[in-house]
Design a protein around this ligand. Sequence first.
Ligand SMILES: Cc1cc2nc3c(=O)[nH]c(=O)nc-3n(C[C@H](O)[C@H](O)[C@H](O)COP(=O)(O)OP(=O)(O)OC[C@H]3O[C@@H](n4cnc5c(N)ncnc54)[C@H](O)[C@@H]3O)c2cc1C
Length: 273
Amino acid sequence: MIPAAFEYVRASSVDEALALLAEHGEDAKLLAGGHSLLPLMKLRLAVPSVLIDVGRLRELSFVDERDDHIAVGALTRHHDLDVSPVLRREVPLLSAAAHSIGDPQVRHRGTLGGSLAHADPASDLPAVALATRATLVVRGPAGERVIEADDFFRGFLETALEPGEILAEVRFPKLASAGWSFQKFTRRAQDWAIVGVAAVRNGTAGVALVNMGSTPVRAAAVEQALASGASVDEAASLAAEGTDPPGDLHAGPDFRAHLARVLVRRALEEASR
Ligand SMILES: Cc1cc2nc3c(=O)[nH]c(=O)nc-3n(C[C@H](O)[C@H](O)[C@H](O)COP(=O)(O)OP(=O)(O)OC[C@H]3O[C@@H](n4cnc5c(N)ncnc54)[C@H](O)[C@@H]3O)c2cc1C
């Protein structure tokens, strides 16, 4: 449980972090809250030669209300997502999901950008990004590009981020008038989800699942059924369609599929009130 030796360098601006990434190439890794990267390094599943610490970049820690969306800096910590009055009003699903993450220590270190860039299918915030149809703003050597959440999660712990790029900002549609629900079934309080559901009902429905495949996944069959006029019960019965739930010590694939159907029904009922 001791990481391989690495060089540590702290960036004092996004431009400096980009320059350091360019200088050190694919062996370098960004360090935000460290709550996903360091465990991987201790297991030697990640062996970066250089860690570029961006955790103190205040320019990437913000919640900004703009005309039609709320922009959240990638370095905004889970606790700040939880307590932000703007987010609690405009994107309450994000605040509720952040509040459910780990314990206070984890929430005071982990960041929105770290959670999305790590792309763990068992993490809560990727499902929120999918359900709300968030867009991700990435900066790199070629400038800035914007990626839809649907196009961001590519494979197990794999995203559309290219080497040398930093996730800078996440844009969430304003959802103050939408119904929403975050459901999380855990083995113990403050644990990772065995299965989770993020749901928004705003004319159309956005429903995404935690821990139901090798990537964060949208419950596409549920969304399509609702769009075609299906009842909540009918739509929820399709929650596991097209998913590939993992089996582990805590739950087998069949139990996860069952949980997804139950939690999606609860989420849709709550979001429909
Ligand atoms: C005990 C424990 C319990 C937890 N429980 C939960 C839980 O219940 N639910 C949940 O969702 N999560 C949980 N987590 C994970 C936690 O939320 C992490 O903080 C989060 O997943 C990663 O954020 P981080 O800032 O720590 O990222 P880091 O660990 O610093 O980085 C993770 C990865 O993202 C990359 N990265 C980080 N920031 C950027 C960026 N801006 N641009 C590009 N790449 C970047 C890094 O290079 C690295 O590859 C838990 C973690 C622990 C240790």
